[in-house]
Design a protein around this ligand. Sequence first.
Ligand code: GMT
Length: 375
Amino acid sequence: MKIGIVCYPTFGGSGVVATELGLELSKRGHEIHFITYNLPVRLELLSNHVHYHEVTVPEYPLFHYQPYELALSSKLVDMVKLHKIEILHVHYAIPHAYAAYMAKKMLIEENIYVPIVTTLHGTDITLVGSHPFYKPAVTFSINKSDAVTAVSKSLKKDTQRLFDIKNKISVVPNFIDLDKYNHGFTDCQREIMANEDEKIITHISNLREVKRVQDVISIFYNIQKEIPAKLMLVGEGPEREKIEWRCQQLGITDKVIFFGKSNEIDKILCFSDLFLLPSQTESFGLAALEAMASRVPVISSNTGGIPEVNTHGVSGFLSNVGDVDDMTKNALHVLSDESRLHTFKNNARQESLKYDIHNIVPQYEAIYEDTLAKC
Ligand code: GMT
């Protein structure tokens, strides 16, 4: 199939999933066209099966807001015609599903029919999309998609609760390329990051309020009072400055390493002992899955889709949002006994196998085939 993929090209989970999906589909013989405003961060290799088409929005002083949706829908029309794209798969409803619908309507005028598959990722529904300013447009574009998928059962339920959805929503969970995260314990060079007796705790996110990074700091502060430890903070975002101040106030700056945006997540996870994800809400928690695939147990909140990924008492532990004391207790339980830590590490890897890329990507292929067959 010739598939057009629209996504945010950033470090966010939806862009990562869209990119990994496109790359895997290309390996399975499909022709993939990424259509977005920047080269997606994990899209390293372009080939004759993987193409990237940039959407540019010319700056014009008259416009207070530059019309990205308009530029995107025009680009979609042009790319569908030029490359004979058969189906458009848009990741993140806002504004992608809306722009794709406009493109579809324009193409119908020229007797070209291109169906749209929309994948809902989380904040497009739970945080941003349900805002009254966007809700009518998001409801409309979900209902007008030819197929709709959500990345967890929890997100499907939230979408049905928050919007008046007439369309069927299929759950296709996020996935992981297990080979990428299959390192041994010996080649991680953990000695560069920490002393031999120190445990390495990691958090990866875009450091937004919804990630509750202050809880990460509180949990780590409590842990390092009991056992020697270092904290790896990966990602950039609006909370960073506040966190740096807090670390200074708590006197732990020498134990906290800020990596910023990193393309070496697999290497960082390779030397990690524990992953913290205390989010306020999380439709899936791809970062937790990446940690588990790297044999890193997860201490998380029990919100949204996280319980579908992190199994309580097996791959880690779940606590109520904001219950820093319980998360600390669980973290110390996992870290304080070497053989228990080893069991949790193995369990984490084992649980991640459910989300093997080779099992999940065919589910998207089946949806494309079904959708095309109905046109
Ligand atoms: O959570 C983020 O900061 C990024 C966001 C995104 O849209 O890129 O992630 C959402 O989609 C990911 C991929 O499906 C999920 O794994 C994340 O759980 C989800 N984030 C939230 O629901 C907060």
